[in-house]
Design a binder for this molecule. Structure first.
Ligand code: GLU
Length: 309
């Protein structure tokens, strides 16, 4: 793994030491043979993966990392209602999903243990404002990298590529793709790329928007709308919760490269996280994270190459 040099150290060394002890005790980390060995099976039934916490982290010239260091924690904006991606358990308050694993993975590469992550719920429309206002240090929330967003925030990644798709009622065979949406009510989320694409490219559809996709799913099951549109990875999570009632059409019609949103101009942190994503792909941690969360949905994608723009 690449060593990041220089002067700052994350302060909570006791926490790091405890985590390292715990990691070696359960024998999942620190051994080159187990890292990336491909022995974990897919699905969510196996034990949660753990990631080796870097002990020699030092980064110079990143205002965000300086803030993280002095706070002793990283504040990460994530989704709370997207199964498989970012979902908050209403009972325990714990978050789970691929984005949550990516958050733990990025934190580990910055020398932070999972208990040094503060998750803050974000919806699609407040991701840029949260980064601009410093409410969060980063956003890992099914967040498509695009040029418009790059005007106000920066992105590390992509760490995954999704595609826009449609969720419909299981007994509906009339909606086969976006061209069949004319005259139909389609639900999506304000501030998202899928909502923009329906507005721009499928104006014959009637777009209904909410702030979160789970509300769209309720609209679909109560027959108030005919379809929900967003990324296939998100829609598969909802379909899996109600397989008798819902299905994904399965004809993706866009590319949605997921990035880690960062405050604009923090090039040092962007480079650091790009290095961390590359390291996670080559040491097997990316696959562990994927298999534990989205892997059960029958897909086995190649991780994308990071874009060092
Ligand atoms: N990836 C798309 C976006 O960033 C849709 C998913 C979402 O809204 O979180 O807009």
């Amino acid at each position: 793994m690449r060593t990041i040099r220089s002067r700052h150290r994350v302060s909570a060394l006791a926490g790091v030491a405890t985590a390292l002890l715990a990691l070696s005790a359960c024998g999942q980390e620190g051994s080159p043979e187990t890292a990336g060995g491909g022995t974990e099976s897919s699905g969510g039934s196996s034990a949660a993966p753990t990631y080796a916490v870097a002990s020699d982290v030092a980064i110079t010239g990143s205002p965000t990392y300086d803030k993280i260091t002095s706070a002793g924690k990283v504040v990460i904006g994530v989704k709370a209602d997207q199964p498989g991606i970012g979902q908050k358990d209403p009972g325990s308050g714990e978050y789970a999903g691929f984005d949550i694993e990516m958050a733990k993975l990025m934190a580990a590469k910055l020398g932070l243990t999972p208990d040094q992550i503060e998750f803050v719920e974000t919806v699609s429309a407040n991701r840029e404002p949260f980064l601009q206002q410093g409410t969060v240090d980063m956003v890992i929330a099914s967040y498509t990298i695009n040029d418009k967003r790059k005007e106000v925030v920066d992105f590390a990644g992509p760490y995954y590529v999704a595609g826009q798709d449609l969720l419909v009622r299981a007994d509906d065979d009339s909606i086969t793709g976006p061209d069949a949406l004319a005259g139909k009510k389609v639900c999506s989320v304000e501030g998202s790329t899928p909502a923009t694409r329906i507005r721009d490219e499928h104006p014959d559809a009637t777009l209904v928007t909410f702030d979160a996709y789970s509300k769209c799913v309720q609209q679909l099951t109560s027959n108030a709308v005919d379809a929900v549109t967003t990324d296939d990875a998100i829609l598969r999570g909802y379909a899996a919760q109600q397989p008798d009632a819902l299905k994904v059409v399965g004809e993706p019609f866009s590319e949605e490269p997921y990035g880690i949103g960062l405050p604009k101009g923090d090039t040092v942190l962007r480079n650091t996280l790009n290095d961390a994503i590359e390291a996670a792909v080559s040491d097997g941690d990316w696959k562990k994270a994927y298999d534990f969360t989205l892997g059960g949905s029958g897909t086995d994608p190649e991780p994308p190459a990071v874009d060092r723009y």
